[in-house]
Structures are given as C-alpha cells and as structure tokens.
Write a protein that binds this ligand. Structure first.
Ligand SMILES: CC(=O)SCCNC(=O)CCNC(=O)[C@H](O)C(C)(C)COP(=O)(O)OP(=O)(O)OC[C@H]1O[C@@H](n2cnc3c(N)ncnc32)[C@H](O)[C@@H]1OP(=O)(O)O
Length: 119
C-alpha cells in the first residue's frame, strides 16, 4: 500500500526539522491500515517495531511517500516492511529517509492473541 503526507509547520521540532515522533506515528498507522486492508475482519494491534534510526532530516513542505508491504506471516502475527521516501516535487527525484518493520498481532474482542485466517 502507498500513502502520502505533507510535512507541515506543526510537524517540526524546535530546530525546524520533522519531529521523529510524527514519523513513527505515521509509519505505525500506515502499516496498520495496510495490514488491516489486506486482512479484512482481523483486529490487529502493534506488538513491535524494528530498529528505529533517523539518518536524514526532513524539512517543511516535503512530500513523504510511504510504502507498506507484508514481509512475514506467523501464527498470530504478521510483519510489514514500511519504507518512507522524501519526494522532490520540482525534479521528481526521491530519496529514502526511513525504513523499519512493524509486527501486528491479531487479537480477539478480549485482547487475546488469536490465529490469523488459515492458521
Ligand atoms: C495499532 C496500534 O497501535 S495498537 C496499540 C498498541 N499495541 C497494543 O496495545 C498491544 C499490547 N500488547 C498485547 O496486548 C499483547 O502483547 C499481545 C496480545 C499483542 C500479544 O500477546 P502475547 O500473549 O504476549 O503474545 P506472544 O508473546 O505469544 O506473541 C504473539 C505473536 O507476536 C510475536 N511477537 C511478540 N513480540 C514481538 C516483537 N517484539 N517483534 C515481533 N514479533 C513479536 C510472537 O512471535 C507471536 O507470533 P506468532 O503467533 O505469529 O508466532
């Protein structure tokens, strides 16, 4: 699944760059939407996110493109690889600025893990 966000003034830290907490929120949310769309009827919660490292700062006005793809499926869990790219709208060039893997677990109405369909 693909999704886009524009980095607005309210997303910046006090140095003028994108606050990493917003990026993590978007990555979690977009990964969850992708997993939920791919698995209709499943109630999914985030159990873990792989290593988080910020190697490139992002400025106001940049358009971020998010790509979320299933990378692994267990009994009750499924993992999505989420990559984030900064798009330069003037040149059409883009640069990967972040990537991680997020694992979701299917839970029942009482919040207990349960097997994914077909498991
Ligand atoms: C979208 C959101 O933001 S939801 C809000 C934030 N998330 C939450 O509130 C979830 C809180 N966590 C929980 O309620 C519980 O930990 C549960 C229900 C998710 C898991 O219950 P547990 O009984 O602890 O499950 P358990 O330890 O056996 O792990 C369940 C599965 O998750 C996997 N798992 C557990 N921890 C991790 C981790 N850190 N990274 C990757 N996978 C993990 C396990 O390997 C297992 O996979 P499998 O069933 O496919 O083999």
């Amino acid at each position: 699944m693909e999704n886009y966000k524009v980095v607005r003034p309210g997303h910046l830290n006090h140095y003028g760059y994108l606050f990493g907490g917003f990026l993590l929120q978007w990555v979690d949310e977009i990964g969850w939407i992708a997993a939920s769309r791919d698995n209709p009827g499943c109630r999914l919660v985030t159990v873990g996110m792989d290593r988080v490292e910020f190697h490139r700062s992002v400025r106001e006005g940049v358009v971020l493109r998010f790509e979320a793809v299933e990378s692994c499926r267990g009994t009750s869990s499924l993992t999505y690889a989420v990559s984030v790219f900064a798009d330069d709208l003037e040149t059409g060039a883009e640069q990967e600025i972040f990537s991680t893997c997020i694992t979701f677990v299917r839970v029942d109405e009482d919040g207990r893990k349960c097997p994914l369909p077909g498991r």
